[in-house]
Design a protein around this ligand. Structure first.
Ligand SMILES: Cc1cc2nc3c(=O)[nH]c(=O)nc-3n(C[C@H](O)[C@H](O)[C@H](O)COP(=O)(O)OP(=O)(O)OC[C@H]3O[C@@H](n4cnc5c(N)ncnc54)[C@H](O)[C@@H]3O)c2cc1C
Length: 419
């Protein structure tokens, strides 16, 4: 397709990655960010093989590996001595397959650097609230009344609380009854190469993820989360931190040197979870990507990875199709099955790990360990955790999901669809 003029709303994971993928495909891109200075929000996250394949395509994988921490396995057990729930290695599925734990600031730094290297314009302090002319040449407007455009296409990458999306019609948002507090502390060495979790019933869960270091500081870090029902999250700022540390240590003693670093409530940030899917993410010449299109609980750690996949798939669809009107539905069709599977899987799994139910915790403790010993189920679990499932009985390799537009080869998923 000829070079298009594209506005990307939001300089988060989806927006910055989309901007670079679209620039690589020859389009002219401007990114609009509501913050005065674009910045990451949150602690650390797990980049799955899918997200890493998109970073590879953008030339960022080596730097992500240098800043982050290589994750080989996911390990979870109940309490200090309870049953083993998971112990899955990525390379059970494909040799060398792994994830990377990374601080959000480091991922943001890489994506921002990539956008700058491509000469992508960034308009900061531009809180985009209105769009007009979506059918042909959309114009966007920020909260101060400044108008920008017209553009050939507007990409809404405004995240879970996208105002532009909400302006176009309120989506169904289902709030989960669980959330978490998240923080980052110095690595105390008790968790290596793994995302580790500990559970107490289905109500409380602790997670520790090595996330490497910040771009300008060599100190190795761990992300820590403590998940709990929202009514307890609301009272978090009143919690006695000494008693809380003891409660965490009773479930997982080795966390003590890490939790001792949290001396003020403000070091742990509350996060509430919700599920939201916009059934029709195309409105004329506007398309939604990332959390603006689909948001879920981070139970499976896929949201940022799905945002990266959306970014790559959108650029590929615009390369492969002669018109925007053909490209946007092809983009949505290519991503839909993957998104549907992970929305469904996150909802189901959240019931076993973060819910008020008295049944799901004991059921999980009885069944997950034995299920993991069945070879077929074991392999399905690794595919699910690695972000590779495209349906209950199908999966794709990371490089196929991420497409290969920079080499001129559309993703296999696209080729199949086109055939
Ligand atoms: C506690 C927690 C843990 C998580 N852990 C993981 C994990 O381990 N792995 C994983 O893959 N995912 C994880 N996720 C999910 C992941 O963070 C999100 O899916 C991902 O950040 C979505 O990216 P995005 O770019 O769509 O949205 P965001 O990252 O939210 O970015 C949206 C951007 O748009 C800007 N913006 C919003 N509105 C406007 C506007 N009107 N005008 C201009 N700019 C605007 C915002 O300021 C922001 O910069 C986690 C989420 C949570 C809450």
């Amino acid at each position: 397709m000829v070079s298009l003029s594209i506005a990307v709303v939001g300089a988060g994971v989806a927006g910055l990655a989309a901007a670079s993928c679209l620039a690589d495909a020859g389009h002219s891109v401007v990114v609009f960010e509501r913050f005065q200075q674009a910045k990451p929000v949150g602690a650390g996250l797990l980049l799955q093989p899918t997200g890493l394949a998109v970073l590879e395509r953008l030339g960022l994988r080596e730097e992500a590996a240098a800043l982050g921490s290589r994750i080989e396995r996911l390990y979870g057990r109940c309490g200090p001595t309870g049953p083993l729930i998971f112990d899955r290695r990525y390379d059970e599925l494909l040799p060398g397959l792994h994830g990377i734990g990374i601080h959000r600031a480091s991922l943001f730094h890489l994506l921002m650097k990539a956008a700058e290297a491509r000469g992508i314009a960034l308009e900061q302090a531009a809180d985009i609230t209105e769009i007009s002319g979506t059918e042909s040449r959309p114009v966007i407007e920020d909260s101060t009344g400044r108008r920008h455009g017209p553009f050939d296409l507007v990409v809404d990458a405004g995240g879970a609380r996208s105002r532009l999306r909400d302006r176009l019609g309120a989506p169904q948002r289902r709030a989960y009854r669980h959330g978490a507090v998240w923080g980052v502390g110095r690595d105390t060495g008790f968790v290596r190469d793994a995302l580790q979790q500990r559970y107490r019933t289905a109500r409380f869960m602790i997670g520790v993820l090595p996330v490497g270091r910040l771009p300008h500081d060599p100190t190795p870090l761990n992300a820590f989360f403590w998940s709990m029902p929202v009514e307890e999250l609301d009272r978090w700022h009143q919690t006695d931190l000494t008693a809380w540390r003891a409660e965490v240590a009773a479930i997982w003693r080795e966390t003590e040197p890490l939790t001792r670093q949290f001396t003020q409530h403000g070091q742990l940030t509350p996060a509430r979870y919700a599920q939201l899917t916009v059934a029709e993410p195309i409105r004329g010449r506007l398309v939604m990507i990332g959390d603006a299109w689909h948001q879920t609980s981070p139970q499976l750690g896929q949201g940022a990875n799905m945002a990266l996949l959306d970014a790559a798939a959108l650029a590929d669809a615009l390369t492969l199709h002669a018109t925007i009107d053909a490209a946007l539905p092809a983009f949505v069709a290519q991503r839909r099955n993957h998104i549907r599977f992970y929305q469904m899987a996150s909802t189901v799994l959240t019931q076993f790990f973060q819910s008020h139910s008295r049944l799901t915790g004991p059921m999980r403790n009885l069944t997950f360990g034995p299920m993991g010993r069945l070879p077929w189920l074991r392999s399905e679990m690794v595919k699910t955790l690695a972000g590779l499932k495209t349906g209950p009985f199908s999966w794709s390799r990371p490089e196929d999901l991420a497409g290969q537009a920079t080499t001129g080869q559309p993703s296999i998923a696209f080729q199949r669809q086109e055939a």
